[in-house]
Design a protein around this ligand. Structure first.
Ligand SMILES: Cc1cc2nc3c(=O)[nH]c(=O)nc-3n(C[C@H](O)[C@H](O)[C@H](O)COP(=O)(O)O)c2cc1C
Length: 194
């Protein structure tokens, strides 16, 4: 099966991280989020451990998550660095987004592959979601605040044994014009061994 290389290239290269401050608040049907999740589920996975797990935070749960993030910032930021503006920004991010998907990884109890492979497989699943979101014209980005290691977040997400949060994917509609990304040339990162 072949897909148009130009469309594939365009989708991958034009994708940009779009942040909650740019989200419009326009609703997104659950069926769209279901498509993101379905595509996540088709990520490559060594020994079929399928380690990706997702907690979809929407509706009023976004406010509860925002409270948790704000409280964490207030409790864990040194006084000299703390600002009310950052506190409010942190707290409001979930409510500015239509959905926040907590990106989680379930370690294989048999440890049949090294942990980095399960983190890598989960990251592949996230890229599937980011690209799908971009294809739908949605804004999204992957965030990794330090709160992801907090016991309060574990409780909020009901993380099980061996399950770990690797970040949040924020999702919302946006109406930004397309803008170029920044990457140094791939040639600087590649060695061909002929
Ligand atoms: C694993 C991972 C974690 C990230 N964490 C953050 C983050 O905590 N805060 C943030 O602003 N962006 C975060 N990003 C998004 C990057 O900032 C973004 O991908 C980068 O600036 C390149 O922009 P682009 O995605 O538009 O090409 C993360 C990306 C990845 C892959």
């Amino acid at each position: 099966m072949a897909y148009s290389p130009s469309e594939t290239n365009e989708l991958i290269r034009s994708r940009r991280s779009i942040y909650p401050k740019n989200y419009t608040g326009e609703p997104i049907p659950r069926s769209t989020i279901q498509d993101l999740l379905e595509n996540a589920n088709w990520a490559p996975t060594h020994r079929m451990t399928e380690p990706w797990r997702f907690k979809v935070v929407s509706g009023k749960a976004r406010t509860r998550l925002g409270e948790l993030l704000g409280n964490y910032y207030a409790a864990n930021t040194p006084k000299e660095k703390y600002t009310d503006a950052k506190y409010l920004k942190t707290k409001n991010k979930p409510a500015q987004s239509e959905y926040v998907i907590a990106i989680c990884m379930q370690r294989d109890p048999k440890k049949s592959v090294p942990e980095f492979e399960e983190i890598a497989a989960t990251a592949c699943a996230v890229q599937n979601m980011l690209l799908t979101a971009w294809g739908y014209g949605l804004g999204a980005y992957w965030s990794t605040p330090s709160v992801i290691n907090s016991p309060d977040l574990s409780t909020f997400l009901s993380l099980g044994k061996g399950e770990r949060c690797l970040g949040f994917m924020y999702i919302g509609n946006h109406n930004l014009p397309t803008f170029p990304g920044k990457r140094s040339p791939v040639e600087e990162k590649v060695v061909w061994l002929d």
